[in-house]
Design a protein around this ligand. Sequence first.
Ligand SMILES: *Cc1c(COP(=O)(O)O)cnc(C)c1O
Length: 336
Amino acid sequence: MDIDWKSLPFGYIKTDYNVRTYFRDGKWGSLELSSSEHVDIHIAATSLHYGQEAFEGMKAFMGKDGKIRLFRWEENAKRMQMSARGILMAEVPIEVFKKAILKVVRMNKRFVPPYGSGASLYIRPVLFGTGAEVGVKPADEYLFMVFVTPVGPYFKEGFRPVKMLLTKEFDRAAPQGTGRFKVGGNYAASLTSMKKAHEKGFANVLFLDSKEKKYIDECGPANFFGIKNNTYITPKSDSILPSITNMSLITLAEDMGLKTERRPVEESELGTFEEVGACGTAAVISPIGQIVDDETGKEFNYGTEPGPISTKLYNKLIAIQTGDEEDKFGWVEVVE
Ligand SMILES: *Cc1c(COP(=O)(O)O)cnc(C)c1O
């Protein structure tokens, strides 16, 4: 195998194994190891027709000490349970989730990118309805599987400010809908807006709340935050996916002596922030250099370099994930 770790894309590369377990007759079966990249499911599976599907995304990092580390996997396990409850799927027990991710990482050790390459092993757990139904109802059978793929940094340019398109033309999720669950349907709903943003030269879309079009919601498939007056501020809304990266940045910000606020953030407040960014597992932080309102052409500018606080938070989180810095919050698990 000859992988050029330094120029890995953020995309799919075949590895040796994935793991699977089926929920049938009301219980989860044993964990199976597979070397196939395919699944064979019923043509009437509820995931195909009614979108009964949820996923997770996390990363494993190689440390300087040659140890592989997972970051806050238990939060992903709990969030997947919440997503499952949200669209009436069988919940994957925390222990089953843990066994699955540890197994798939151990079995694909040779695909964990080396320390210092900026790359990592992306872990993708997926849960979906496999039971056949034609009427609209939840399936009685589910498949939980986990595959991994080595990925390079999300943005090839690295930690550089990106441009975001603020638009009232599209919604990602309804106020009391599925926005707070990590389900595929939310992503399908965001593809047209993302395409439009890309066509206009933007990294992604900044969504406003779909009811009043007044408050900042999410930033493409990432959470939004702004910094001003030594305060880290992130929007609060029922349609936002609770990002584990955001949750961790809030803790780190407090630890650095910043104040933190999770509250509704009006669009009109955008002009008052000193730094803004998007956060999520894929990029950790994407600093935002500019936001343009699609309708009015109004621009908000935050500079051509990442802000000092965003940079500090970014470096700190990555140092904990890779094991460069002490993990005083108990976020990291070494894969033995
Ligand atoms: C996964 C996801 C995020 C980021 O969550 P992390 O746990 O930080 O990776 C943010 N927004 C949406 C819509 C997501 O699906």
